[in-house]
Design a protein around this ligand. Structure first.
Ligand code: ATP
Length: 319
C-alpha cells in the first residue's frame, strides 16, 4: 500500500490528535504517503484534504479536539454519498482509510470496505459505548475532567451543607457516571443501564443526614435523566437545599491524559500496520490490554456490556 488517508468523524474526543499523529508517523515510517481528510465524511465528499508530513503532526499529542476537524454527515448514510466518497479516494490514489470515531463512523467505514476500499476503525469517543474493546480513546480524559470538577463542587457542597446533583455525559452509556461516581465518592449514581428509585435516593440522603452528614453528591448520566429534573424532585421531596450542575461539553475538551495518549498511539500505529497487511473492515482496540482487530460486523452485533460490578461497588461504598 503506497498511500492512505485518515479522518475523524462524529463527536470529538481527547486523544484523537495523538491517534492521527500515530497514523501519520507509522505510515511515513513504512514508506507510505498520508493524506488528512478534513471534517469527516462531509470533507471526504467535498475533497477537503491535505497532505500530512512528519511536521504536520508535531506538537499535537497533548492537544484536545482534532486538528482534522470532525463532522456529522447525513448524506454519507446514503449509497450515493458513499459512492462519491469512494470516487474521491480513488481519484487521489488513496488505497486505504483509517476512520477515528464512534460506531456511526464505523458504519461509514464498513460501507467503504464493502465497496472495495480497505478501511480500519479506531474507537474514539468519550462515552466508552463501543463493544469489543476495553475502552475508547477519550474516556479516561473525560472521567478525569469530570472528577476534577466534582472535587471542586464537593468543596462548596461541604462549606454550604448542600446536596449537589451533577449531570455528566453519556447518552446511552453510564460508564462516565459510574467511574465518576466511584472515583468521586458520590452518594448515588443514576445510569441508563439500571433502573433507579428516587425514593431510595432520598432515603439514602436522609440516612446520611441522620448520622450527621451535611452534604451529598448525586451523579446523573444524561441518558438516565435530566439532572435539573432530578434536582427539582429531590428539593421538593426533602426540603434540602439542592443545587444542580450540568458539566456538559467541558468533558469533551482538554489535554488528553497519558493513558489516552498511549492508547491512541498504540491504536493509530496498529491501524496502519493492519492496512499494510491487507486487513480491512475491522475496528482495532485493546482487549485485556492486548491490541486486537475485530470485524465491524461483530462490533455492530455485540451488545455492549457496562461493567456493572463498578456500579454495585459505587452503591456499596456509599451506603
Ligand atoms: P459519537 O459516539 O461521538 O456520536 P459516532 O461516530 O457514533 O460518534 P454518528 O453521528 O453516529 O457519530 O456518526 C458519524 C457519521 O458517520 C455520520 O454523520 C455519518 O456521516 C456516518 N454514518 C453514521 N451512520 C452511518 C451509516 N449507517 N452508514 C454510513 N455512514 C454512517
Amino acid at each position: 500500500m503506497r498511500k492512505i488517508a485518515v479522518l475523524t468523524s462524529g463527536g470529538d474526543a481527547p486523544g484523537m490528535n495523538a491517534a492521527i499523529r500515530a497514523v501519520v508517523r507509522t505510515a511515513i515510517y513504512h514508506g507510505m504517503e498520508v493524506v488528512g481528510i478534513l471534517r469527516g465524511y462531509s470533507g471526504l465528499m467535498q475533497e477537503e484534504m491535505m497532505p500530512m508530513t512528519l511536521g504536520s503532526v508535531a506538537d499535537i499529542i497533548q492537544r484536545g479536539g482534532t486538528i482534522l476537524y470532525t463532522a456529522r454527515c447525513e448524506a454519507f448514510k446514503q449509497p450515493e454519498g458513499q459512492a462519491r466518497g469512494l470516487e474521491v479516494l480513488r481519484k487521489h490514489g488513496i488505497e486505504g482509510l483509517v476512520v477515528i470515531g464512534g460506531d456511526g463512523s464505523f458504519r461509514g467505514a464498513q460501507a467503504l470496505h464493502k465497496l472495495g476500499m480497505p478501511t480500519i476503525g479506531i474507537p474514539g469517543t468519550i462515552d466508552n459505548d463501543i463493544p469489543c474493546c476495553d475502552v475508547t480513546i477519550g474516556f479516561d480524559t473525560a472521567v478525569n475532567t469530570a472528577i476534577e470538577a466534582i472535587d471542586k463542587i464537593r468543596d462548596t457542597a461541604t462549606s454550604h451543607d448542600r446536596t449537589y446533583v451533577v449531570e455528566v455525559m453519556g447518552r446511552h452509556a453510564g460508564d462516565i457516571a459510574m467511574y465518576v461516581g466511584l472515583a468521586g465518592g458520590a452518594e448515588s449514581v443514576l445510569i441508563p443501564e439500571a433502573p433507579y428509585d428516587l425514593d431510595e435516593v432520598i432515603r439514602k440522603l436522609e440516612r446520611g443526614v441522620a448520622r450527621g452528614k451535611k452534604h451529598s453528591i448525586i451523579i446523573v448520566a444524561e441518558g438516565a435523566a435530566s439532572g435539573i429534573e432530578i434536582g427539582k424532585y429531590l428539593a421538593e421531596h426533602t426540603g434540602f437545599e439542592v443545587r444542580v450542575t450540568v458539566l456538559g461539553h467541558i468533558q469533551r475538551g482538554g489535554a488528553p491524559t497519558a493513558r489516552d495518549r498511549v492508547l491512541a498511539s498504540q491504536l493509530g500505529a496498529a491501524a496502519v500496520e493492519l492496512l499494510r497487511d491487507n486487513v480491512s473492515g475491522k475496528m482495532v482496540g485493546t482487549r485485556n490490554g492486548v491490541v486486537q482487530a475485530v470485524d465491524f460486523d461483530t462490533v455492530f452485533t455485540t451488545p455492549r456490556q457496562p461493567d456493572m460490578r463498578l456500579y454495585d461497588l459505587a452503591n456499596i461504598l456509599s451506603i
